[in-house]
Design a binder for this molecule. Structure first.
Ligand code: NAD
Length: 492
């Protein structure tokens, strides 16, 4: 076990599967190494689930669904609030596990923890409301009939999540699934099971009855694909790469199960010449370098109006060079390592490809340490619009800058992508901000604002970025079926 930092290891690490209310070993006895991305050393091994474990988990969730779907919204809300309290009470430990396993600096990990707790609290409110709004009478043009519309839980749902925001991507699915009355099989990323398993322990301690949450750690091929095909599963909610999302959809097709997908992005931040330059530098840097750029919402394409292009690039290059990269637990560190070796190699390949394609590197591009998956914040300019660097999701701390002359040109360049997740606009002209927001093909637009995401709003994008929406009432609706009941007797 790695003893680099004692804090996350002060309590025993959870390493087992959680099925039908019991922590257990995998059927096969296989285990997966969990690696500290700052040191490349194994922290611990966790159980590697397989098809037999996935089967047990689905069966447990199916057994639990019968009673759970009839529970009241108030009852489900009580568990959700207890989970939120548990997350806050163990916040320091959860944040330390995030930093250890994912590599994000501790202050960023604390933001994740706060988001998780807020999400469980928000869906507790929505669960309570369901006792009033889960069944509503609708006006129909008939005096002899009465019609009601009910919202019912879809059934057993499978939640598959990635490694860039462990616990957060889980909470955005798990909280509404519980609120709706679904039972769950969760497959965390094989890269970051440690914070996810600790969150599972908090859910277990909330007293949630057995079988409602089941967690199977393991690989996508051995667990995820089996779950996505299982005939007893009513819905798969997946967050991850667009390529795997397409595979999940194909696997779900045979049984026509519902699918929600949160996938990749290649988003833009548009900086107009009338922008406050200090604000623009902050927003561009955070949109590209937060979480070491491993964000589906990374605004990795920077479109800047020509008169301020040189000034912005100079300020960004200075910011990138000054960014403190290092141990996520060290005070003052602003960027940790990338979360795993595959991602590190992928990002370094893109940087080399960018240079080969003729883009000009003005900051970063190198790996500052011999051990750990560290890459310095990187800035490219003069990027050909057809290059992979400009068109493909890099998922690392790499910003690419292009200049524009007209508003139309900026909008066209931002929309020229297979993706449509988010967009940012920096301008001193409020009218222009709204006008450009209207024209961006993106599910979320921030105007002069950082990437704040409140659980009350919505999450998801256009085109190949998403299918469906998370958060807000949309996140709950994703786990509900609609049933119409028409009767000749009074609704009352
Ligand atoms: P990934 O697609 O490789 O893996 C995501 C999850 O899917 C993991 O748990 C993995 O084990 C599982 N998986 C892999 N193959 C599978 C299969 N055949 N069937 C079922 N499950 C399978 O993605 P990643 O590398 O973990 O995460 C990075 C990607 O996630 C990026 O593309 C990023 O944009 C995206 N992402 C999107 C959002 C969003 O909200 N849109 C949020 C976070 C991350």
């Amino acid at each position: 076990m790695n003893a680099r930092d004692p804090r996350p290891l002060a309590a025993p690490l959870r390493t087992q599967l959680y099925i039908d209310g019991v922590w257990c070993r995998s059927e096969s006895g296989a285990r997966l190494a969990v690696v500290d991305p700052s040191t490349e050393k194994t922290i611990v091994e966790v159980e590697a689930g397989g098809a037999a474990d996935a089967e047990c988990a689905v069966q447990a969730a199916a057994r639990a669904f019968g009673d759970w779907k009839n529970s009241s919204g108030a009852e489900r809300a009580a568990y959700l609030r207890a989970i939120a309290r548990g997350v806050r009470a163990r916040g320091d430990h959860l944040a330390a596990l995030q930093s250890l396993n994912n590599g994000k600096p501790l202050p960023e990990a604390h933001i994740d923890v706060a988001d998780v707790a807020a999400t469980f609290d928000y869906y507790a409110e929505l669960a309570e409301q369901l006792d009033r709004t889960g069944e509503v009478e609708v006006a129909i043009p008939s005096v002899e009939h009465c019609a009601v519309i009910r919202r019912e839980a879809v059934g057993v749902v499978v939640l598959i999540v990635p490694w860039n925001f462990p616990m957060v991507t889980t909470a955005w699915k798990l909280a509404p699934a519980i609120a709706a009355g679904c039972t769950v099989v969760l497959k965390p990323s094989e890269v970051t099971p440690l914070p996810e398993l600790e969150l599972t322990a908090i859910v277990a301690e909330s007293g949630l009855p057995r079988g409602i949450l089941n967690v199977v750690t393991g690989t996508g091929a051995e667990v995820g694909a089996v779950l996505a095909q299982h005939p007893l599963v009513a819905k798969v909610s997946f967050t991850g790469s667009t390529a795997v999302g397409k595979q999940v959809m194909k696997n779900a097709a045979d049984t026509l199960k519902g699918v929600s997908l949160e996938l990749g992005g290649k988003s833009s931040i548009i900086v107009f010449a009338d922008a406050d330059l200090d604000l623009a530098v902050d927003l561009v840097a955070s949109g590209g370098f937060f979480n070491a750029g491993q964000m589906c919402s990374a605004t990795s394409r920077v479109l800047v109006e020509r008169p301020i292009a040189q000034a912005l690039v100079e300020r960004l290059a200075e910011r990138a060079t000054r960014t403190v990269v290092g141990d996520p637990f060290a005070p003052g560190v602003q960027m940790g390592p990338l979360a795993n070796r595959a991602q590190y190699e992928r990002v370094r390949r893109y940087i080399e490809q960018g240079k080969a394609d003729g883009a000009r590197l003005v900051a970063g591009g190198d790996a500052p340490r011999s051990a750990g998956y560290f890459v310095r914040p990187t800035l490219f300019v003069d990027i050909p619009a057809e290059s992979a660097l400009w068109r493909e999701e890099i998922f690392g701390p790499v910003l690419c800058v292009r200049s524009f002359d007209t508003e139309q040109e900026a909008v066209d360049a931002a929309n020229d992508s297979d993706y449509g997740l988010v967009g940012s606009i920096v301008t001193g002209d409020a009218e222009r901000g709204k006008r450009v927001a209207d024209r961006l093909a993106a599910g979320v637009v921030w105007i002069n604002a950082p990437q704040l995401i409140f659980p009350q709003t919505s999450w998801g994008g256009f085109k190949q970025s998403s299918l469906g929406r998370e958060l807000g009432p949309f996140g709950l609706a994703a786990f509900q079926e609609i049933k119409q009941v028409l009767t000749t007797i009074s609704c009352a």
